[in-house]
Design a protein around this ligand. Structure first.
Ligand code: NAD
Length: 291
C-alpha cells in the first residue's frame, strides 16, 4: 500500500518503520523528528497525504490532530482511509471523522496500547472506531503494527474505549500502591502481600503484571528505577481526557476524578514528571493520612 505517515515521534517512528519492513511504501512528515530509514521525507503533511491509499496520524493531542486534518483532508483522494492512531478527546475524533466523511474519505480512530516497546515490536493493541469497510481495508496494517485490533463501533468509540481502559488502569495503580504502603506500615512483607493478592480477589494487571514494588512479581519499571514504561505524564493526559469526556456526557466518575487529581499532583507539584506511572508507590510510602 501507499501510506502517508504524519507524526514520526516515539510511537509513530517505529510504527512507520515496521510498515516499511513489511513492504509498504511510506512517505512521512513530522515538524521535528526525522523519518526512520526507508520512509521518504515529505515537505508537508499535505504532500505526505497526496496519492496515499491510507494516511496514518500519530500526534500529541486533539487540537494538533484537527490542524493536521484540515491540511490533509483536501489532499487525500476519495475513498482513502484516514487512520488516526493518536490518543485524543472523543469530541475531536468525532469532529475530524465528520469532516473526513464529508470529503469522501473513510475515517478510523484507532488509539493504541502497548507503548514504545509495543510500537517497536509491532505488538500494539488498536481500539478502533469507524466503519466495518474501513476497518477491513486496513486490517493488514493493524497486523503489521500490532497483535490485536478491536472494532468498538462508530467513530470516536476507539477513543472512548482507550480512555475508559486507562481510567481503570490509573485508579487501579493508585489502589495497588496505597495498599502496598498500608501493608508496609502494618508490618506485612511485600512478597507475602503479592503472593496473597495476586491470587485473591484484589488481583489486577497492576499487581500481577506490572507490580509497583521493586523486586516483587514479574520484571516491571519498578525494577528499573521507575524509568518508563508508561510515563505518569501520559497517564495524566489520558485521565484528563476521561474527565473531559465524563463532563461532556454528564457521567459520574469519582474514582477517575480522584486519580486525575493525584496524578496531577504527582506530575506537576511533586517529582513524578518523566517517571513511570507506577512510581506512585514511593510517594505513598512517605505520605501520611491527611488531617
Ligand atoms: P511524540 O511527542 O514522541 O510524537 C509526536 C510527534 O508529532 C512529534 O515528533 C512531533 O514533532 C509531531 N508533531 C507535532 N505537531 C505536528 C504537526 N502539526 N505536523 C507534523 N508532526 C507534528 O509522542 P508519542 O509518544 O509518539 O505519542 C503519540 C501519540 O500516541 C499521543 O497521542 C500519545 O498519547 C499516544 N500514545 C503514546 C504512548 C507512549 O507510550 N508514548 C502509548 C500509547 C499512546
Amino acid at each position: 500500500m501507499k501510506i502517508g505517515f504524519i507524526g514520526l515521534g516515539n510511537m509513530g517512528g517505529p510504527m512507520a518503520a515496521n510498515l516499511v519492513a513489511a513492504g509498504h511504501t511510506v512517505t512521512g512528515f513530522d515538524l521535528a523528528a526525522e523519518p526512520p530509514e526507508g520512509v521518504a521525507k515529505a515537505a508537508s503533511a499535505a504532500e505526505a497525504a497526496t496519492g496515499a491509499d491510507v494516511v496514518i496520524t500519530m500526534l500529541p493531542n486533539g487540537a494538533i490532530l484537527k490542524t493536521v486534518a484540515a491540511e490533509i483532508i483536501p489532499a487525500m483522494h476519495s475513498g482513502a482511509v484516514f487512520l488516526d492512531c493518536s490518543t485524543v478527546d472523543v469530541e475531536s475524533a468525532r469532529a475530524v471523522a465528520t469532516d473526513a466523511e464529508a470529503a469522501g474519505l473513510q475515517p478510523l480512530d484507532a488509539p493504541v496500547s502497548g507503548g514504545i516497546t509495543g510500537a517497536a515490536a509491532g505488538t500494539l493493541t488498536f481500539m478502533v472506531g469507524g466503519s466495518d469497510t474501513a476497518f477491513a481495508a486496513v486490517a493488514d496494517l493493524f497486523d503489521v503494527m500490532g497483535q490485536k485490533a478491536v472494532l468498538c463501533g462508530p467513530s470516536g468509540n476507539g477513543q472512548a474505549a482507550k480512555i475508559c481502559n486507562n481510567m481503570i488502569l490509573g485508579a487501579t495503580m493508585i489502589a495497588t500502591c496505597e495498599a502496598f504502603a498500608l501493608a508496609d506500615k502494618l508490618g506485612l512483607d511485600r512478597q507475602a502481600m503479592f503472593d496473597v493478592v495476586s491470587t485473591s480477589s484484589g488481583y489486577s494487571w497492576t499487581m500481577n503484571a506490572y507490580c509497583p514494588a521493586p523486586g516483587i512479581g514479574p520484571k516491571s519499571p519498578a525494577d528499573n528505577g521507575y524509568a518508563p514504561g508508561f510515563a505518569a505524564d501520559l497517564m495524566l493526559k489520558d485521565l484528563r481526557l476521561s474527565q473531559q469526556a465524563a463532563e461532556a456526557v454528564d457521567a459520574d466518575t469519582p474514582m477517575g476524578l480522584r486519580a486525575t487529581e493525584l496524578y496531577a499532583d504527582f506530575v506537576e507539584q511533586e517529582d513524578g514528571a518523566g517517571k513511570d506511572f507506577s512510581a506512585m508507590l514511593p510517594r505513598f510510602e512517605s505520605r501520611r493520612r491527611p488531617a
